[in-house]
Write a protein that binds this ligand. Structure first.
Ligand code: CTP
Ligand code: MG
Length: 226
């Protein structure tokens, strides 16, 4: 049976967060942000190894004690200039079997729950293509001009917000990212090959910490879960 691995791209600099420390290392509920997602991934009995893709000149990873997370963690210092490049470099370095499953999860989504993760794996492990956690858009969508004036209201019917983990067979994802390197998520690369990844319903609690105002909500959620 194919194994399941996780890969966490963590080689970004968090420019929209505007902090000097790369955001994946910002202290959140007493730990570096990335710690929270790693705990959840390492605790999954289904996941074999959790690869962490870091910048080649990452100066922070080695200064933390990751031993409480067990022996599933494997850092790879091969991050690239974009998220897609970091995932591709990590995938190449990890040397997995083509049929193994890979769950790619942003270091910047610390609030992933055990339940959301288990639900994704359960929904996709027998799927032909793979898929992603996502939420149907609930708010009315506005198209804006350069002056932040509404140009028009967009139809939200059938529109979903993509989250991570995004779960694909290693061989398919490798091929997809080599052909479509300019994507902002893994599913887009797979879509560009003509496949239709599955949307597995998640909740907005698995949001990406992007701006300074996101930090408070993430700390609240993590605090409540303790
Ligand atoms: N990422 C990466 N390599 C890059 C860019 C991003 O591994 N060259 C990772 C980030 O560390 C993060 C995930 O991809 O875990 C999602 O990216 P994002 O939230 O956009 O983080 P940053 O790119 O760091 O932030 P920003 O876009 O604001 O600069
Ligand atoms: Mg980015």
């Amino acid at each position: 049976m194919s194994k399941i691995f996780a890969l966490v791209p963590a080689a970004g600099c968090g420019s929209r967060m505007g902090s000097e420390l790369p955001k994946q290392y910002m202290l959140l509920a007493g730990h570096p942000m990335i710690y929270h997602a790693l705990v959840t991934l390492c605790a999954s009995p289904e996941i074999d190894t959790v690869f962490v893709v870091l910048s080649p000149d990452d100066a922070y990873w080695l200064s933390y004690d990751w031993s409480p997370l067990g022996d599933k963690l494997q850092p790879l210092f091969c991050g690239g200039a974009t998220r897609a490049e970091s995932v591709l470099n990590g995938l190449i370095a990890a040397e997995l079997e083509r049929d193994d499953w890979l769950l790619v999860h942003d270091a910047a989504r610390p609030c992933l729950s055990h339940k959301q993760l288990a639900r994704l794996i359960e929904a996709l492990r027998d799927d032909d293509v793979g898929g992603i956690l996502a939420v149907p858009v609930a708010d009315t969508l506005k198209r804006a001009d350069a002056e932040c004036r509404i140009v028009q209201t967009e139809d939200r019917e059938g529109v979903w917000q993509a989250q991570t983990p995004q779960m694909f067979r290693t061989g398919l994802l490798l091929q997809a990212l080599q052909i479509a390197p300019n994507v902002t998520d893994d599913a887009s690369a797979v879509e560009s090959l003509g496949f239709h990844p599955k949307l597995v319903t998640s909740s907005s609690s698995n949001f990406k910490v992007t701006y300074p105002q996101d930090v408070e909500l993430a700390e609240l959620l993590l605090g409540v879960r303790k």
